[in-house]
Design a protein around this ligand. Structure first.
Ligand SMILES: Cc1cc2nc3c(=O)[nH]c(=O)nc-3n(C[C@H](O)[C@H](O)[C@H](O)COP(=O)(O)OP(=O)(O)OC[C@H]3O[C@@H](n4cnc5c(N)ncnc54)[C@H](O)[C@@H]3O)c2cc1C
Length: 481
């Protein structure tokens, strides 16, 4: 047995998607260096076993799990290699999380350009899916703010790529959902901030049309924009909710930047309304059914009406960006065992059709009695990555509860929504998907880009080493054909 194997043997574990509705027992390999990644690739090639790359496992569905192969978990590549506080460029190994990055750079007056709704994704996973934040309309995606990356190809070779060097690989691997190689290092641009707080304004809106109008009006000035939707409201109130627009503070506005730029100032409170936050999911569990969620959404809307009448307020960057992390393990409110959990159905639509189509989707959900328990609206802009989900338009993310009983009918409902979205020229996002079927990506990705991606996969990975449940679900076992 090699020294490494005895110190950190591969283990056999149950590995599931974040939404908990699918998981499989797999052998999990956890390399801690580029050399160990190369060893694991060589071992898998020799044993003719495929590998599913995995970061923190925060993708809702099945892109980082496999029933037929091993999981290559890259979270032990977790060192921050360098940070230049003149330029704001941070260099990290790919297992470094968003949380590690912001905690490292914030005290020096910098913040990640792009934050997902949770701080737990790794750099490799963020690049694999090319994640976006509430500021996508302004700064683009994680890939847009990446300067360079190293990737271990299926052959074991290490390639560096950027917009100038191996540009094709750079644009294909970012958003390439772990199909082309294991990203091991990246250089990222971060953004200068002059305070640990951000100015936030809440805008209560009566329906979807008003929400989109108010968000559009804020697009040229706000640094972040996000709309929360009460998906239970119907009729004239369909799509009612609350918009949050946030702005960075200009230099000199914060009287105490030394204090607000500390990690301690960002920490989320230990309790919420008296509940220790670690136990809060249990309280949410009690409301996790249609009548309960109707009440919670209505109460949130009423609170939003009050917020809309109040003055703008200041919030920490972590509090604003990682709201969902306020309630640890909140997903357990959806049930923890027996294929119970949640899916998020996030569709992207061109600006000119979005309002009509989202109204149709929300109405359809109500007609079919599949009410999303959470709805989130964002504004997006296109990016140059080959398999990108982004476009000049909007996305609406809808969270649905999954139980063994409703699963088949819910997935059928999603199929019905997918037909509507695709007919309207819409797109989907692999980080959130669990419901699309074989051949669906061909219906929304650029044919030219997809063909180029497949050609690159064939040339770099002729043995189809990198596979996942998602790759087989959407592209079949014959991804290479
Ligand atoms: C509560 C919550 C909120 C979220 N909010 C947002 C949001 O606002 N915006 C958004 O865009 N996303 C959001 N996400 C999704 C999340 O950001 C993405 O799924 C992200 O990819 C997760 O990163 P990960 O490290 O967990 O990767 P995983 O989920 O483990 O893997 C993601 C993909 O990347 C591949 N991969 C992983 N590591 C590597 C590597 N080193 N090299 C190459 N490929 C690799 C995997 O094979 C897989 O295809 C949210 C997720 C959750 C749970």
């Amino acid at each position: 047995m090699s020294e490494r194997a005895s110190a950190y043997p591969p283990s056999f574990e149950y590995v599931e998607g974040w939404g908990m509705v699918e998981g499989h027992h797999s052998r999990v390999l956890r390399p801690a260096s580029v050399e160990e990644v190369q060893d694991d690739l060589e071992g898998a090639r020799k044993a003719r076993v495929s590998l599913a790359l995995r970061g923190a496992g925060c993708s809702y569905g099945d892109p980082s799990i496999t029933r037929d192969g091993h999981v290559l978990d890259l979270t032990r590549l977790n060192r921050i290699l360098a940070f230049d506080d003149e330029s704001g460029v941070v260099e990290v190994e790919s297992g470094v999380t968003l949380e590690q990055i912001w905690k490292h750079i914030l005290p020096r007056g910098w913040w990640p350009k792009v934050c997902s709704g949770t701080m737990f994704p790794t750099t490799g996973g963020a690049l694999g899916m090319n994640i976006h934040g509430k500021n996508n309309f302004r700064v683009g995606t994680w890939g847009d703010n990446t300067l360079e990356l190293d990737i271990v190809l299926p052959s074991g070779e290490l390639e560096t790529c950027s917009r100038e060097q191996n540009s094709e690989l750079f644009h294909a691997a970012i958003g390439g959902f772990g199909m082309l190689g294991a990203i091991c290092r990246a250089k990222l641009q971060t953004t200068r901030i002059h305070s640990g707080e951000i100015d936030v304004v809440g805008i209560s809106t009566h329906n979807l049309g008003e929400m989109m109008e108010r968000m559009d009006a804020q697009c040229s000035s706000a640094d972040y924009l996000v709309g929360w939707i009460d998906c239970f409201a119907s009729g004239d109130c369909l799509g009612r909710g609350l918009v949050h627009a946030a702005h960075y503070l200009a230099p000199g506005v914060d009287p105490e930047p030394e204090q607000t730029l500390t990690v301690a100032h960002q920490e989320l409170p230990g309790s919420i309304m008296g509940f220790p936050k670690a136990q809060l999911w249990r309280a949410l569990y009690l409301f996790n059914h249609d009548p309960g969620m109707r009440m919670v959404n209505a109460a949130k809307y009423m609170a939003g009406r009050l917020e809309g009448m109040a003055e703008p307020y200041r919030q920490s960057h972590a509090g604003f960006n990682f709201l969902l992390d306020y309630v640890p393990n909140w997903k357990w409110a959806y049930g923890r065992h027996g294929r119970r959990g949640l899916i998020q159905y996030q569709s992207f639509l061109p600006a000119d059709v979005a309002e009509r189509v989202y109204a149709e989707l929300l109405t359809l959900c109500q007609r079919r009695s599949f009410n999303p328990y959470l709805g989130v609206l964002k504004r997006h802009k296109p990016d140059p990555f080959w398999l990108t989900h982004a476009l000049d338009g909007w996305s609406l993310a809808l969270d649905f509860k999954v139980t063994p009983k409703n699963r088949a009918a819910l997935f059928g409902h999603c199929e019905e929504m997918t037909t509507i979205v695709l007919a309207a020229g819409g797109k989907f996002y692999f980080a959130k998907d669990q419901v699309l079927g074989l051949g669906d990506p061909q219906r929304f990705l650029s044919t030219e880009r997809l063909e180029a991606f497949k050609a690159l996969k064939r040339s770099l990975d002729p043995g189809n080493l990198f596979q996942s449940e998602m790759s087989r679900r959407l592209f079949g076992n014959s991804f290479l054909s």
